[in-house]
Design a protein around this ligand. Structure first.
Ligand code: ZN
Ligand code: ZN
Length: 409
């Protein structure tokens, strides 16, 4: 990766993703393999006025060693200093930058119950963290860069070095760093997403009915007051940021108890270092009542059984089949990219800003309004080249929303 491009990308992350403000603290959560890029992001953040940059490093190869060798009970513990770490910076109004670059099969062969335990403990102990981010009280952004282990999974036929180069190429395309002025390109992109959102908001559908040749036949009810969001958002202080880079989706929340039918996965899902593939999920009155998977059934089971809320959906997102990431025809095994190549749904917590007035609602009121709550939020891809989605209004009028995998309007 040449230095000029790396710097261009780091600048985009600081300005358009995190939108670092003068005097703000920046917390970067990053794998050790990405250290060179993290230093570059930090340098630019300081020059743009950040007060301080704090890095929370992790080492996934060490995680694997620990998962394979430590006694079971350590996975039920969570260090209080770590909880304090996040709390401190949350309350300082920090912006959180997360670098998603894990080896999709890092934890292959590890007892899935150990992973599920650790995941649940960390989600429980860091609930305030996810709550504040999911309600835009702190700005946040998830970005990515290649690591060799991940790149080799995406391009197994190439050498490590070639695979990394090729994955860099793909990533920089998806985040528009190949454009002359990526910051301007993102503004333009956000505007286009807003047009789609406005149409969906104006249509105010009560149901979306999904069908395709895999066997998907799913009817999703949308709650009263739902709003489609996408592109850049604003935190509670009115500062814009981009939560995901790349992003191609517009999304809202489903009515917790209003999902019925069966949906089939369109792509493999990388969940906590394991792969779930060729799966289907059946819903009755919103609740998952059955599921199948040709690969990773046990992993899917631990996900669905995390808590009560992980038996329900929290997100409905629309991404055309004919879109920049999808057209690369690369399976990234990384949700940040794969979810932006395909219509997706998420198991678990809803993104509350999708509900009008949610900022003044208690958790109870949110649940009453149909917003699902859970410790998890996991996207899975359902969009295929032949996906048809029909929008149905409250008075029963039907309109095509997706025809042959793409927006009908
Ligand atoms: Zn989404
Ligand atoms: Zn999601």
């Amino acid at each position: 990766m040449n230095d000029a491009l790396l710097e261009k990308y780091a600048r985009l992350v600081v300005r358009t993703g995190a939108n670092v403000q003068k005097g703000q603290t920046v917390v970067i959560m990053a794998p050790i393999e990405t250290a060179g890029f993290v230093r570059k992001v930090a340098e630019i953040a300081y020059t743009e006025g950040a007060r301080d940059v704090i890095v929370d490093w992790h080492d996934e190869k060490f995680s694997r060693v620990r998962f394979l060798n430590a006694p079971e009970e350590v996975f039920e513990e969570y260090p209080s200093w770590k909880k304090e770490f996040f709390k401190t910076y949350l309350h300082q109004g920090a912006v959180f930058v997360s670098i998603a670059a894990s080896d999709p099969e890092n934890l292959k062969g590890v007892d899935v119950h150990r992973i599920a335990k650790a995941q649940k403990v960390s989600a429980t102990e860091n609930k305030e963290f996810s709550d504040r981010l999911m309600t835009n009280q702190n700005s946040w952004t998830i970005v990515s860069m290649p690591t060799e282990a991940w790149a080799k999974k995406v391009f197994p036929e190439l050498s490590g070095e070639e695979a990394v180069e090729k994955l860099w190429d793909a990533i920089l395309k998806t985040v528009r760093v190949d454009r002359e002025d990526p910051v301007a390109a993102w503004k333009e992109h956000s505007k286009n997403l807003k047009k789609r959102m406005e149409f969906m908001n104006f249509s105010d559908f009560k149901y979306l009915h999904y069908r395709n040749s895999l066997g998907t036949d799913l009817k999703i009810e949308l709650p009263e007051g739902h709003q489609w969001l996408g592109g850049s958002e604003e935190n509670v202080n009115g500062v814009p940021f981009n939560a995901n880079m790349p992003t191609e989706e517009i999304f809202t929340l489903p009515l917790r108890n209003g999902v019925n039918g069966r949906v089939f996965s369109a792509m493999p899902l990388n969940y906590n270092g394991n792969i779930i593939d060729k799966f289907s999920i059946t819903f009755e009155d919103g609740r998952i009542v059955d599921y199948t998977a040709e690969e990773g059934y046990d992993v899917l089971k631990t996900l669905v059984e995390t808590d009560e809320g992980s038996h329900y959906l929290g997100e409905v997102a629309l991404v055309p089949y004919d879109s920049p990431i999808s057209n690369l025809k690369i399976l990234f095994y990384n949700t940040l990219f794969d979810e932006n190549a395909s219509c997706h749904l998420a198991i678990g917590k809803a993104y509350f800003p999708c509900l009008t007035g949610s900022e003044n609602m208690s958790e109870e009121e949110l649940e009453k309004a149909g917003a699902n709550n859970s410790l998890v939020h996991v996207d899975f891809m359902v969009g295929t080249e032949d996906l048809e989605i029909t929008g149905i209004t409250a008075d029963g009028r039907e309109f095509p929303v997706f025809v042959k995998g793409n927006f009908a309007f």
